[in-house]
Ligand binder design. Sequence first.
Ligand SMILES: [Zn+2]
Length: 80
Amino acid sequence: MVKCLYCARKEGTYPVKKWNKDEILYFCEDHYKEAAKYEHDNKMQFYNHYSNEVARKTLPEESLQKWNKIHEEIKNSPSH
Ligand SMILES: [Zn+2]
């Protein structure tokens, strides 16, 4: 069993994917939502910051692709 990254509890952990890399972190049910929100907030902070076209020009190619991917997700999301 994988331990929760916050409290080291081993039972019932859930995977949370890092928003900016192919890395999976594990959290128990008490910390899962918090961790998922943290990843989401970081992602949106990055997205919003580089929604400015001038700022986006400074991004390296790899990060620009991430931005484009988020942009597509948001565009295709029914809530937007
Ligand atoms: Zn925990």
